[in-house]
Design a protein around this ligand. Structure first.
Ligand code: GLP
Length: 241
């Protein structure tokens, strides 16, 4: 694991955006694994800025998102489809046909999980996977458990995740209880992984992810076993080191 220390959220966003830019410049037809949540928003802003300056070209880039709430339509402003469109896709020259997100409206969970896993294989795998970190150590929506789920699957969200994500909804009752997520095996198959972490509220879990035992009770701890992981974290998130 390579750890880059950033001063603050803005610095973290720029450093991480630089790593993604380098990937796009070195391999213009790369496959990017993308993430939602509040942490990557600054990264996407930076990428849009560089795109507007003519420094980046997304025309051949393909993407696969980590996860999507089950039951939310694409036009629901809390769906991850909507998030990606508003925070990145509609601002750059990416071809929508080259973007992949689990279909939250598919009610047949086994069918949708298998379709999505296959879609990633058809892309030829992920070159660079961006990850945020849940307060309980989740990556994508792989919640703490007693196993590491391998492939894309449906999950029941934990109360702490519902609680953490309720800030985006009008009320806690509107937070979906289930989501589709890439599995830990899907994530670990990416050639390179970029984990971004900001804020003191993530300091303890980041410490456990890096220094603790590899255990499905802290899903992100499995990243210790990946050969090419970059962590970009700000000083607040690194305050337990
Ligand atoms: C959500 C997403 C994760 C994300 C995490 C942290 O539940 N499914 O992919 O990394 O929460 O989000 P945030 O960056 O807002 O703290």
């Amino acid at each position: 694991m390579k750890l880059y220390r950033a001063k603050d959220y803005y610095d973290m966003s720029r450093k991480a955006a630089n790593i993604i830019s380098a990937q796009v410049i070195m391999k213009p037809n790369c496959v990017l694994g993308l993430a939602t949540g509040s942490t990557p928003v600054g990264i996407y802003k930076q990428l849009i800025e560089w795109y507007n300056k003519g420094d980046l070209d997304f025309s051949r880039v393909k993407t696969a998102n980590l996860d999507e709430y089950k039951g939310l339509t694409k036009d629901n402003d809390q769906s991850y489809y909507y998030f990606m469109r508003e925070n990145l896709f509609r601002h750059v020259n990416i071809n929508e046909a080259n973007t992949n997100i689990p279909d939250g409206t598919e009610t047949d969970a086994i069918k949708e999980a298998a379709r999505y896993e296959e879609a990633i294989k058809e892309l030829g795998g992920i070159d660079l996977q961006l990850l945020g970190l849940g307060h309980n150590g989740h990556i994508g929506f792989n919640e703490p458990s007693n196993i590491f789920p391998k492939d894309t699957h449906i999950v029941d969200l934990q109360e702490s995740t519902i609680e953490a994500n309720k800030r985006f909804f009008d009320s806690i009752d509107q937070v979906p209880r289930q989501a589709y997520t890439m599995g830990i095996g899907t994530i670990m198959s990416a050639k390179k992984i970029l984990l971004v972490v900001s804020g003191e509220d993530k300091a303890q879990i980041l410490h456990d992810v890096i220094k603790g035992p590899v255990s499905p009770s802290v899903p992100a701890s499995i990243l210790q076993l990946h050969p090419d992981v970059i962590i970009v974290a700000d000083e607040a998130a690194l305050s337990k080191f």
